[in-house]
Design a protein around this ligand. Sequence first.
Ligand code: NDP
Length: 398
Amino acid sequence: MAKVLIIGAGGVSSVATHKCAQAAHIFSEIVLASRTKSKCDAIAASVKERYGRDIETAQVDADNVPELVALIKKVQPDLVMNIALPYQDLHIMDACLEAGVNYLDTANYEPLDDAHFEYKWQWAYKEKFEKAGLCALLGSGFDPGVTNVFCAYAQKHLFDEIHVLDIIDANAGDHGLPFATNFNPEINLREVSAPGRYWERGEWVETDPLAWKMNFDFPEGIGKKNCYLMYHEELESLVQNLKGIRRARFWMTFGDAYLNHLQVFKNVGLIGIDPIKFQGQDIVPIQFLAKLLPDPASLGPRTVGKTCIGCLMKGVKDGEEKTYYIYNICDHQACYRELGSQAISYTTGVPAMVGAMMMVTGKWNKPGVWNMEQMDPDPFLEELAKYGLPWTVIEPAL
Ligand code: NDP
């Protein structure tokens, strides 16, 4: 029986909080804190209505480390789940170290003034967490998160060596709006407008943003979709932790309307991160644009269709060449019926809860800072399927 403190009250947090509430035999106490307390209260009311459970709520600015330390010391949780934004990662890690509590997040650190993410900042905390006897689990969402665990499962059970990895993420959902992002708009637009990057023969190769395209035939009726090469954070740790890896790439599907809007936003400077003067005030174009866009948490009722995120891997087992594809399919409307959310929040919030479950039950709890593929995939995947994200392994005929 464990007590968790969840920070952040957006779309992903709502799912993670509901899922922790479902697993009452593990998470006996849940405290939800965020910058805007009314959002925590709305999630708490929904949890109460669905499961009859009371959760405590609180207001906190996670960028204010002393304020957060005071809250953690007051709550005394077994684990802090950071489901705010990547900008808060280091502050929340600092607060966890000071208060002596384990840490989990779903996205790696990104400085506010530099649209660029890498693990170096969080990996630099390894020794501090080791010395404190605390565990930090990084990237416990879907991608990163489940994709790392799919790779760990493949490495453990299906291959002696994985040589080629393609992580392929399809959101084949339709929200019927001209343009919306399916998670935090600012983080999403920073990510998709960055240069592409993939790993080949021991080095990183850079491409122009979304310059490379392939067509992939997704399973279970989703069909053929255009996928664009992007850099994604799990590649950074996977190329270090997968034995024999020669090439690793990440692909995401985008429709033409999304790409056309993105191009226009870019052309007129709306995804810039440097402040500009407007009527005597400093405004950051991407933050202004994000304010105009729909709140991803509001897309649930109107989104139909499915997501399919998986890992296509080639390698060798017992001297024989093998190809496997491991994937999950998630239906937007099924997520909405269960939790009032769309599938992107759902596919991130469920693994956040399962990662937390692994930590508080001691199945994944060792001092240091860890990426998901460094842990035993089996107990995680067993719980993932039980809590709404079943997965499939096939040997595709290519
Ligand atoms: P939202 O923008 O919907 O929610 C973010 C929440 O964090 C809001 O409640 C916000 O509060 C709160 N917050 C922001 N700053 C602070 C702060 N300083 N102190 C306290 N709370 C703060 O984001 P999402 O739910 O869409 O995404 C949440 C996280 O999940 C992000 O880090 C995102 O990158 C990650 N993600 C990971 C994925 C994966 O597969 N690994 C996929 C999708 C998302 P307020 O409401 O006041 O703004």
